[in-house]
Design a protein around this ligand. Structure first.
Ligand code: HEC
Ligand code: HEC
Length: 282
């Protein structure tokens, strides 16, 4: 006790005072590190699961907001909130891309009016701008294939080979279902491949990219964008402009072979009658 001089007491009090804040500071430090770690973990989690937070974190563009408004009145009953799909009514639209939406809405297939084996083609309910807005909304929700900007039909003066190349690719990839003249044809179980007579360049491109119904998807590694444009050129210039691959008579739109057959039959008949006539004279 004798050693407890005022100076030492002061020193002890001082050291206790210094000790106390440092413990608090240590606790605060630990809490801060904990917070930082949690925030980091949360950040990493959000960064790696974009879909789960897309709605809250990424604001929709103006066009997509317009699209969402249209979607919420015309599509939500079958495709669900945020395109998640509804069991027994309509599939999820996450990842189908603007190409699929523009195809389905642009050709009047969507909005579907009743459940059927194959959505009917009807006059489109939305104009071009609204169709793009719907597509933009679905694109921003879940990504997916998009029809590229820029001309989809080849300039034949610069690419005179495009027509022949497109024709070859069309015969290899498309005629088995759509026919040589693009007139369409029946498939199994009440389904059919429609005529390509009215399809726009965007719709043809989108059909190849998304493969609606029984149609296969022609991704860019099956048919390059350039080859797709050659096919479109062939369909639009060769099949749609001269609607009539059969030439003069349009015999079932199967091309020159039916016509050849017809000429042959008519010729034979004429020949037979001529020889009968000659035989009757003599
Ligand atoms: C009455 C129900 C119904 C309504 C309303 C409807 N759909 Fe659909 N939709 C379907 C069904 C069923 C399918 C799948 C059948 C098919 O592809 O023919 C489908 C398919 C689609 C596809 C193709 C998905 C894919 O896998 O590529 C798109 C895109 C689509 N709908 C968009 C829309 C949009 C956009 C609207 C609103 C403008 C809409 N639908 C309204 C029922 C509906
Ligand atoms: C296995 C059969 C099959 C093949 C092969 C096929 N399609 Fe299709 N195609 C279909 C079916 C079925 C539909 C209708 C889909 C629907 O109604 O949802 C269709 C629809 C289309 C449409 C939409 C027509 C419209 O106006 O609505 C276009 C365009 C089209 N196909 C282009 C092509 C092109 C180009 C090729 C070749 C690269 C091709 N298809 C190959 C079966 C096929």
């Amino acid at each position: 006790m004798t050693s407890d001089t005022p100076a030492r007491r002061r020193a002890r009090v001082f050291s206790r005072r210094r000790g106390a804040p440092s413990r608090v500071r240590r606790r605060l430090g630990a809490a801060a590190r904990m917070f930082a770690a949690l925030a980091l973990a949360g950040g990493v989690y959000t960064a790696f699961t974009p879909g789960a937070f897309a709605e809250d974190n990424v604001p929709l563009s103006a066009a997509a907001q317009e699209g969402k408004a249209l979607y919420d009145t015309s599509c939500i009953t079958c495709h669900g909130r945020d395109g998640q799909g509804v069991d027994g009514r309509g599939p999820s639209l996450i990842g189908v891309g603007s190409a699929s939406v523009e195809f389905q809405v642009g050709t009047g297939r969507m909005p579907m009016t009743r459940q059927e084996a194959q959505a009917e083609q009807k006059p489109a309910q939305f104009d071009e701008t609204q169709t793009e807005q719907l597509g933009q909304y679905i694109q921003e929700l879940g990504g997916g294939p998009e029809v590229p900007d820029g001309p989809l039909v080849k300039d034949l003066e610069a690419n005179p080979e495009a027509l022949a190349e497109g024709g070859k690719l069309f015969r290899v990839n498309c005629t088995s279902c759509h026919g040589f003249g693009g007139g369409g044809g029946a498939l199994s179980s009440g389904k059919f491949a429609p005529s390509l007579g009215d399809a726009t360049a965007e719709q043809i491109y989108a059909a190849m990219l998304t493969g609606p119904q029984n149609m296969p998807v022609f991704g860019d590694n099956q048919l390059t964008p350039d080859q797709k444009k050659q096919i479109i050129t062939y369909i639009q210039v060769q099949l749609q402009e001269d609607r009539d691959p059969g030439g003069l008579f349009n015999l079932g739109r199967y091309g020159p072979s039916t016509e050849g057959m017809a000429i042959f039959l008519v010729g034979i008949t004429l020949l037979v009658f001529t020889s009968l006539w000659i035989a009757g004279k003599s």
